[in-house]
Write a protein that binds this ligand. Structure first.
Ligand code: BES
Ligand code: MN
Ligand code: ZN
Length: 515
């Protein structure tokens, strides 16, 4: 990962390939953000005017590169847009800083060292700039013949420098001796490393990431970070009566796994259970997805990736809370042995489900994991899943839906998500939808009416949550995988959606700020 330091040096004297400054939309045109003073001085106080001449407006995501004036040690000044300038005395919004730092880091791909002269006015701003830079510099190179770790290990060519992520960032204005600033950088490093762990897992193609290899990664991380891990394989799952996981996985050559990965703190007062949908490939099964709907379905384990990463992050941050992750891993494939539409499964809870659409598989694997997680009576359960196309239609590609059996808990999760910079929105679970899941032969069906498909999935899951346990369901089908052009700190491909929200939730729970 990109190296990050706090530096008291001036932009004028620091040796770097580029100096990054912020430019915002002021009332009368582009204005420089605090932090840009030294760079501006080298341009005789005319940097904003020069930038405007080059077409810069300060709009969010805008990047303008220009040769540095003499008097600066760097070769290039890179101005990054921050959007509307805040009112006088107000500070830049954390998300604006995160995104600007991310855009700058992406624009500097191939550079070695950059000095970020952005408004690092307090620890919160330092945190935002750090997160944005580390997340924006992410690149998934494992499968490039000229730059991949895997290939490099086999003695292939070395990485070509042009596509290498920005190697080093110095945050100017950050105070290396200030406890809060130092802590902000350390937290950002852990958080970004774990978001990037989730991204790597999501980006790994399904021929390399199977339930078994995913479980092996959980075991390796557990060893590295001192976590407790248990893996139920197909034998144990059959014996244990995990009908949902086994049913979904029965058509695949790669059998299912249920992973329990737990972090505990000796002085913890609360236990959080996190449950992730881990379909390593979703073909739809016998209810096969048409072409055009299956190209990105390696991403259908994004929920499990987020849960896994969040548990490791909680451990690395040493949070005073117990966090148990449940990874419901299976591959949904059609074959002579696959689940058929019309089959009835007996779930781990004992309830029977008539499977009328094998493409509604996520709720089946999650159901078993939710029941199993509930047995341990955690203080709260949050599940994360790329669950429905309906949620994408409702909320778009950047916002995840939050459903819950408890209004206060849903509101808290929403607030934490927004604070973390993850757009989210509360969705209802109308009780009248439950009857559309009634089956003529089993306890319930896995699909109901088409209307409100995202909400109905939540209603289905609720049937498997233990009585009296606060539970929230995050449907990340939209934001989990980013297909269009990168923006801010969001790359193409796996985004690591929900990791920061889950870590924020663990932190709040540790601080005793949640019920
Ligand atoms: N994994 C999909 C949902 C999905 C869609 C994730 C788009 C990411 C992007 C899920 O398993 C699925 O197929 N859901 C069906 C449910 C339906 C059959 C009730 C859907 O949304 O169409
Ligand atoms: Mn599906
Ligand atoms: Zn799916």
């Amino acid at each position: 990962m990109t190296a990050l330091t706090l530096s008291t040096s001036s932009a004028a004297t620091l040796r770097a390939d580029a100096i990054v400054v912020g430019v915002a939309k002021g009332a009368k045109g582009a204005v420089l953000a605090p932090g840009a003073e030294a760079a501006d001085k080298a341009f005789d106080g005319k940097l904003a005017a020069v930038l405007e001449t080059l077409g810069a407006s300060g709009a969010e995501g805008e990047v303008t590169k220009l040769p540095a004036a003499s008097g600066l040690k760097a070769a290039v000044v890179l101005a990054v847009g921050l959007g509307e300038a805040p009112a006088e005395d107000a500070e830049y919004d954390a998300e604006a800083l995160r995104r600007a730092a991310g855009s700058a880091a992406r624009a500097l791909t191939g550079s070695k060292k950059a000095a970020f002269a952005l408004p690092a006015e307090d620890a919160e701003a330092v945190a935002a700039i750090s997160e944005g830079a580390l997340l924006g510099a992410y690149a998934f190179t494992a499968y490039r013949s000229n730059g991949g770790d895997a290939k490099a290990a086999r003695g292939a060519k070395k990485a070509d420098g042009k596509s290498a992520p920005l190697a080093e960032v110095a945050i100017l204005g950050g105070k290396p001796r200030d406890k809060a600033h130092k802590a902000a950088v350390e937290r950002a490093q852990t958080l970004a490393a774990e978001v990037n762990r989730a991204r790597d897992l999501i980006n790994t193609p399904s021929n390399d990431l199977t339930p078994k290899s995913f479980a092996a990664q959980a075991q390796a991380a557990a060893k590295e970070f001192g976590l407790k891990v248990e893996v139920l394989d197909e034998k144990a799952l059959t014996k244990g009566g995990y009908g949902g996981l086994m049913g979904v996985g029965q058509g695949s050559e790669n059998p299912p796994r249920l992973v329990r990965i737990g972090y505990t703190h000796a002085k913890a007062e609360k236990t959080l259970a996190l449950v992730g949908k881990g379909i390593t490939y979703d073909s739809g099964g016998i209810s096969l997805k048409p072409a055009g709907h299956n190209e990105t379905m390696k991403c259908d384990m994004s929920g499990a990736a987020a849960v896994f990463a969040a548990v490791v992050a909680a451990a690395r941050l040493g949070l005073r809370v117990n966090v148990t992750g449940w990874l419901a891993l299976a591959e949904n494939m059609p074959s002579g042995g696959a689940l058929r539409p019309g089959d009835v499964l007996t779930m781990y809870s004992g309830k029977t489900v008539e499977v009328l659409n094998t493409d509604a598989e996520g709720r089946l694997v999650l159901a078993d994991a939710l029941t199993r997680a509930s047995e341990e009576q955690p203080d709260a359960i949050v599940d994360v899943a790329t669950l429905t196309g309906a949620m994408v239609l409702a909320l778009g590609n950047r916002t995840f839906g939050i459903m819950a059996n408890d209004n206060a808990f849903r509101a808290s999760v929403h607030e934490i998500a927004e604070e973390a910079g993850e757009p989210a929105w509360p969705m209802p679970m109308p009780s009248e939808l439950r009857k559309t899941l009634d089956s003529p032969i089993a306890d319930l069906k896995n699909i109901g009416e088409r209307a409100g498909g995202g909400l109905l999935a939540g209603v289905f899951l609720q049937e498997f949550v233990g009585e009296g346990i606060p539970w929230a369901h995050l449907d990340i089908a939209g934001p989990a995988f980013h297909e269009s052009a990168p923006f801010g700190y969001t790359p193409k491909g796996g985004t690591g959606s929900a990791v920061r929200t889950l870590v924020g939730l663990a932190e709040r729970t540790a601080d005793g700020d949640l019920g």
